[in-house]
Design a protein around this ligand. Structure first.
Ligand code: ZN
Ligand code: ZN
Length: 166
């Protein structure tokens, strides 16, 4: 498996108990759909951040006109997406196998953002109100559309966790 950005050979590593592929050249990481679900659902890594949680950022990603990535695993076309609907972290997702290409530190940003949001969930639920319900409806809509079931399960798990914590 080679890096879709810099073509260096990807190296298999264990991260949070699952196998992912990392690029020593550019710091990017390829993570399969089951692996990313596992990583965001455990909290082995504790992020000690002074920053307040990032504000949710709804909406589709800006098109990245400068590149089209092919999946390092299956060569499928990868398209940018707003991770978990509203993190504002734009990652590339393979339409064929559901794998994610994460640039250097994006995996940590995803974990940190989701963990901060979980911790701040009650306040966030109150602050979000209608936005959250809109996101839930959007997730339902996406589930029957272009995104596969594993993505739907992940988005729903995150939203349900937020709602349960409120
Ligand atoms: Zn690379
Ligand atoms: Zn793929």
């Amino acid at each position: 498996m080679d890096c879709p950005i810099c073509t260096a050979a990807l190296r298999r590593i264990r991260y949070e108990g699952v196998e992912i592929n990392t690029c020593d050249g550019c710091g990017g990481e390829f993570v399969g759909p089951d692996q990313i679900a596992h990583i965001v659902n455990i909290r082995e890594t504790k992020f000690a951040s002074e920053k307040p949680p990032a504000a949710p950022c709804f909406g589709p990603p800006e098109p990245r006109a400068d590149r089209t990535l092919n999946c390092p695993k299956c060569s499928g076309n990868m398209a940018p997406m707003n991770y978990a609907t509203d993190t504002g972290i734009f990652v590339d997702r393979c339409g064929a196998c559901g794998g994610l290409w994460l640039e250097a530190s994006e995996l940590e940003r995803i974990q940190e953002t989701l963990e901060q949001w979980q911790d701040a969930a009650p306040q966030r639920i109150r602050a979000l109100g209608d936005d959250l319900r809109t996101a839930q409806r959007r997730a339902d809509r996406l589930a029957s559309g272009q995104f596969g079931p594993s993505r739907f399960a992940l988005v729903n798990a995150v939203l349900n966790r937020l709602i349960d914590a409120a």
